[in-house]
Design a protein around this ligand. Structure first.
Ligand SMILES: C[S@@+](CC[C@H](N)C(=O)[O-])C[C@H]1O[C@@H](n2cnc3c(N)ncnc32)[C@H](O)[C@@H]1O
Length: 375
């Protein structure tokens, strides 16, 4: 893939830009296998997707000036670099970005200026669903221009009729994060349904969602196949987010899914998606809480699936799994290093098979799914 922003040194985020995709896949597979050497013997062929146009979410810093915003990143000098033409975005998402930039300019939202700490609009976070709908989140410094945004909502919906969810997120102060805690939903709908295979995952504004819809679908399907072969009665889905693993596995004959997730919003999404799923033989229980502490209330499970943040599941949870009556574990990791450390903390389990998912083309990041069984 070629990228003008990369070639002009305006954005160097994609560290593997200009490397042929087949070489990226081969070197990524080698790197993951080397990190997990001595722990995994059996690798399935890796899962791939498109090398461009795969990202379902744009996280754009807003810079420039009132009437002439730039949506993208800040350069070393703190100036805005407009990246609305980034080739990683899904085509429907890419198509919406110039319209959003025009909207911001026309209604006169003032971009936040980092050096002087003036202005209101800090970031734009936009998610695109497989059904072609959008969630658009305006990250504001304060409520100073919220009224302006509220009044312009019909105009935005006319320009982008597929904008199903529009919100204002408040990020006061000067912090190196993309969003704040408070979310004000401006539209009738507050969830963006993400249809993946047999499930519709109701995404709420602040919830995590896998970056690459095409590869995420393959990931959930693979996990469901492995889980289905084990024919478990009870599946424990830890770090379940909006429920992708457990809900997909329901189709593979699981009787009961027990999900744990720290975000209460994600849990209410998972409950809603479960209620909509036509799966009369499976019951679902989703609990908001820390996976490390909620285990006390969890039923004993035949299979546990974990999909933690980059830091992995850590000492405490590895120790619990090592000593619980769990026979099978499915671990989905976006960080092979922390996965390797966690595997070493559970010597009672052996990895039966593994598969790399190329979720993040043009980068050296990869998702890995491993299936473990008690020795
Ligand atoms: C990599 S995401 C996976 C989410 C989900 N499995 C999916 O496929 O979309 C990790 C999830 O762990 C949640 N999380 C982070 N720390 C947690 C904790 N201590 N206990 C429970 N969930 C946590 C995050 O909110 C996030 O939804």
């Amino acid at each position: 893939m070629r990228c003008g922003y990369f070639d002009r040194h305006e954005c160097r985020s994609c560290t593997l830009m200009n490397v042929p995709y087949a070489d990226q896949v081969a070197s990524g597979d080698d790197a993951v296998r080397a990190t997990l050497a001595d722990r995994v013997d059996s690798w399935l062929p890796s899962a791939t997707g498109p090398e461009a146009g795969f990202r379902n979410k744009a996280k754009l810093v807003v810079a420039g000036r009132r009437g002439a915003p730039a949506l993208g990143i800040l350069d070393a000098g703190g100036n805005g670099v407009d990246l609305t033409g980034c080739g990683l975005y899904e085509p429907g998402l890419a198509a919406a970005l110039p319209t959003l930039r025009e909207f911001v300019a026309d209604i006169g939202l003032t971009p936040y200026d980092v050096p002087t700490r003036n202005g209101e609009l800090k970031n734009l976070l936009v998610t695109y669903s497989p059904d072609g709908e959008l969630m658009v989140r305006f990250v504001l410094r304060s409520t100073g221009q919220l009224g302006k945004l509220e009044r312009a909502l019909p105009d935005l919906q006319q320009r982008l009729p597929n904008a199903r969810v529009v919100t204002a997120n408040l990020l006061p102060g000067h912090r190196a994060v993309m969003e704040g805690e408070e979310e004000i939903v401006l539209t009738e709908h507050d969830t963006l349904p993400m249809r993946l295979g047999t499930v519709r995952l109701h995404l709420r504004p602040a919830s995590f969602f896998q970056t690459n819809t095409t590869v995420a679908e393959q990931l959930y399907r693979q996990a469901a196949t492995w889980i289905g072969e084990l024919a478990p009665g009870v599946l424990l889905d830890l770090f379940c987010g909006v429920g992708g693993f457990g809900l997909t596995a329901a189709g593979a004959g699981v009787r009961e899914v027990f999900g744990v997730e720290i975000s209460a919003d994600a849990v209410s999404s998972a409950r809603r998606s479960a209620a909509e799923l036509d799966s009369p033989t499976t019951t679902f229980h989703y609990v908001a809480g820390d996976a490390f502490h909620a285990l006390a209330d969890a039923p004993s499970a035949d299979v546990v699936v974990v999909n933690p943040p980059r830091r992995g599941i850590g000492d405490h949870l590895c120790d619990w799994l090592e000593h619980a009556q769990v026979e099978h574990l499915v671990y989905s990791s976006c960080n092979p290093r922390s996965l390797a450390t966690d595997l070493d903390r559970m010597p009672g389990f052996v990895v039966e098979r593994a598969r790399v998912f190329h979720m993040f083309p043009q980068s050296t990041h990869h998702e890995v799914l491993v299936q473990l069984a008690r020795r």
